[in-house]
Ligand binder design. Sequence first.
Ligand code: SAH
Length: 225
Amino acid sequence: MKDMQRMLNDIEMEIHLTRHLIGKNSFDDRVMAAMKRVPRHEFLPGDLRYCAYDNGPAPIGSGQTISQPYIVALMSDLLNTRPSDIILEIGTGSGYQAAILSQLVQQIYSIEIIEDLATEARKRLNKLGYNNIEVRNDDGYSGWLEHAPYDGVIVTAAAPHIPQPLIDQLRAGARLVIPVGLPYSHQELMVVEKKTNGEAETRQVLGVAFVPLTGGHTPERTHKR
Ligand code: SAH
């Protein structure tokens, strides 16, 4: 498909432009293959499908957004996944990031705080045949203890600080990829690596703009109902 190829080219171009920040010139081939395989238009509201293959974020209802394709690819790449991995995602949204990861790992557990979005994402992922993703409607701040430890955790909403439960639920040697910063101000995409001695090593990757992590554990209650 022509539009899909344009999206992949735009991602490659942005990787090149940000190479000094992200410290690489290309992403894992498996990540790019997943980006090519997942039909992004299926994750957007009908009237926005025409821009599904633009390299930009888009509204998905309930005041939330599907992330920009380059950011989805970058975060997937930073997770350093292996096919046998069990991954936890906080912020299911449309389910697109989960669908990309479903191509790379064995199982994804994904938590979404807005009930309508969780229900829609669950339906959409089932319809499209992604059967290694489980969606739960809850506040993801405290993680999902039942399936821990995880081989990777990805947070797709900006948190004012790194939630300790998410580090606790990481396997030693695994990574947490998370945007950290205040709503609508400066946010940094961070990679937290849990060392074998349990300590967390944190690295900043680049400046990003995400919708805020809401719920009772973060002081900024910007979530409107
Ligand atoms: N990964 C999504 C992007 C979603 S935007 C996609 O591919 O479409 C971030 C999502 O995080 C929103 O849907 C928002 O409702 C959700 N969110 C915000 N705070 C949350 C929390 N505390 N727990 C779980 N989900 C949360």
